[in-house]
Design a protein around this ligand. Structure first.
Ligand SMILES: Cc1ncc(COP(=O)(O)O)c(C=O)c1O
Length: 511
């Protein structure tokens, strides 16, 4: 194709060309094919002239090379199953079954799933908490070096930067530690496609969700490869295993269009974005109760983070008497603003360079009004129904789970955040636990048993226990304590039960 003709244009021209499809997809681009038919006319398969993503030599090769030029990696792959597919392939390709990897404990579930499928033995880096905001700090480079010295058999390191909440780690520093020991560094930068490769500099593999922060369809993502440490042939094999053999041309045209849009309008739009962000900051810097997450606050605490993505607006309602969920509800019900996420003590707004000045203004105005309301209510000494003690409310609302869990009395007296600090002892791999015979027991009766599931704490979004880890009384008390304090704990049944291992099959890995 001509370098100037986008994949979308090529698909449009083909649709208008009148060739009759005696091939997949079954809708045959027929306008009578139901209420979604309008989307079908450019939904083709690997026909002549349209290349094959898994052996790209033509139009798709060129589109990937265009993305590659924009990002400046050595090689870039289109992903049609989100960053999830890229992470699965990258992590699975990084070591052989049964080998060891080191991951940050707050990694996305896809990292754990890759480790599970390869029966990796996993070592963890535990990020600290940024207590002002109840979120995970970045990853400390020296600590990664120390852990690699402690576990020399580790083949690859996986970290997340930026995190969901926007916290950036010193990837170049971490890469130096990892490469000094000749290991592979994989950076899950799913939330940082708009930051370019600058935020992932030095890593062997970087994964970007285009759809999260850029104008690209949901499920589209990129995998960038640098250097020779990662085995690219293995990587290609795993990409072909975890992704569809019929990748959607609508999604691929979406990626190509996104890259072209960035080339053409990126600079200008980013300048507008920065301007709007600064105006938002000026408007909200004098909020009295609500606090907007600020890097300056984080750096004062000697955190490992080196930056905070300005597109992630963390709206902290800690100590305001409000929960993040209440904030999100009020923003939706009163101001018609839908947040990206609500946690116990904060809400998260995701802003991109596609946000309008009106959108920024609405968010700022709404926060100012909510802050005023809090001020009035506090000033008048009144306490709204909704601002009753957070834990009391959550206990009432969440019913059975909490009721069951809360019967187990806390003996630790430690802060809920403490629970995230200790990683339980792993007595078997994720895979061994997954393939074992399992049963459900009440949380308070699970001490000494081996977890068969993930128990996740939100915030900060970290597993308190992973499959294969021994559940101690202290950990179970920490879970109860966390729930009492209004943190969300996932991984328990509605009746407050937890899946544990009954018996490990003798021959999982010996065929
Ligand atoms: C840190 C992180 N990594 C990876 C993913 C997976 O990305 P995708 O939805 O593009 O598959 C997510 C999804 O939310 C995520 O938060």
């Amino acid at each position: 194709m001509s370098a100037d003709r986008s994949l979308y244009q090529a698909l449009r021209e083909y649709a208008a060309g009148g060739v009759y499809p005696c091939h997949m997809p079954g809708h045959k681009r027929n306008p009578a094919a139901g209420e979604m038919a309008a989307f079908f006319d450019i939904d083709i398969t690997e026909i002549e002239g349209f290349d094959n993503l898994h052996h790209a030599e033509g139009i798709l090769k060129e589109a990937q090379e265009r993305a590659n030029r924009l990002y400046g990696a050595e090689e870039t792959f289109f992903l049609v199953n989100g960053s999830t597919g890229g992470i699965l392939a990258a992590v699975m390709a990084a070591a052989r079954p049964g080998e060891e990897i080191l991951i940050a404990r707050n990694c996305h579930r896809s990292v754990y799933h890759a480790a599970l499928m390869q029966n990796f033995k996993v070592h963890y880096y535990q990020p600290k908490l940024i207590e002002e905001y109840d979120i995970c700090d970045g990853v400390n480079a020296e600590e990664i070096g120390r852990l690699l010295d402690e576990h020399p058999a580790v083949k690859a390191v996986v970290i997340t930067s930026p995190t969901y909440e926007g916290i950036l780690s010193d990837v170049a520093g971490i890469a130096a530690e990892v490469h000094a020991r000749d290991k592979i560094l994989i950076v899950d930068a799913a939330h940082g496609a708009h930051l370019g490769l600058l935020a992932g500099i030095g890593a062997d593999l970087v994964i970007h969700s285009l759809h999260k922060t850029l104008p690209s369809p949901t499920q589209t993502a990129l995998l960038h490869v640098n250097g020779r440490r990662a085995d690219r042939d293995r990587l290609r094999c795993y990409l072909a295993m975890v992704q569809s053999s019929s990748p959607s041309y609508i999604l691929m045209a979406g990626m190509d269009a996104c890259v072209r849009f960035l080339e053409k309008e990126g600079q200008e739009r980013f300048a507008f974005f920065r301007e709007q962000r600064e105006m938002f900051h000026q408007k909200t810097k004098n909020l009295r109760h609500i606090r907007i997450g600020e890097m300056t606050e984080v750096s004062q605490k000697k955190a490992a983070s080196v930056g905070w993505d300005i597109g992630k607006i963390l709206i902290s309602v800690k100590d305001t008497g409000m929960t993040g969920k209440q904030l999100a509800d009020e923003l939706r019900d009163v101001y018609q603003i839908e947040l990206e996420m609500a946690a116990a003590t904060y809400g998260l707004a995701l802003m991109t360079f596609m946000d309008t000045a009106e959108g920024w203004q609405r968010l700022a105005d709404a926060l100012l009004r909510i802050d005023d309301r809090i001020e009035k209510e506090r000033g008048g000494g009144q306490m709204r129904q909704a601002t009753r003690n957070v834990a009391d409310r959550l206990q009432q609302e969440s019913g059975a789970v909490n009721a069951a869990v809360l019967r187990s009395e806390s003996k630790t007296g430690k802060d809920a955040a403490y629970a995230a600090a200790d990683i339980p002892e792993a007595v078997m791999t994720l895979a061994q636990a997954f393939h074992s015979e399992q049963e459900e027991v009440l949380l308070q009766e699970a001490a000494g048993r081996v977890s068969a599931d993930f128990i996740n704490l939100y915030p900060p979004g970290i597993p308190l226990a992973a499959p294969g880890e021994r559940l101690t009384r202290e950990l179970l008390d920490g879970i109860a304590e966390s729930m009492r304090k209004g943190f969300t704990v996932q991984g328990l049944s509605p009746a407050g039960r937890i899946r544990v291992v009954v018996e490990i099959p003798e021959k999982i890995w010996h065929y």
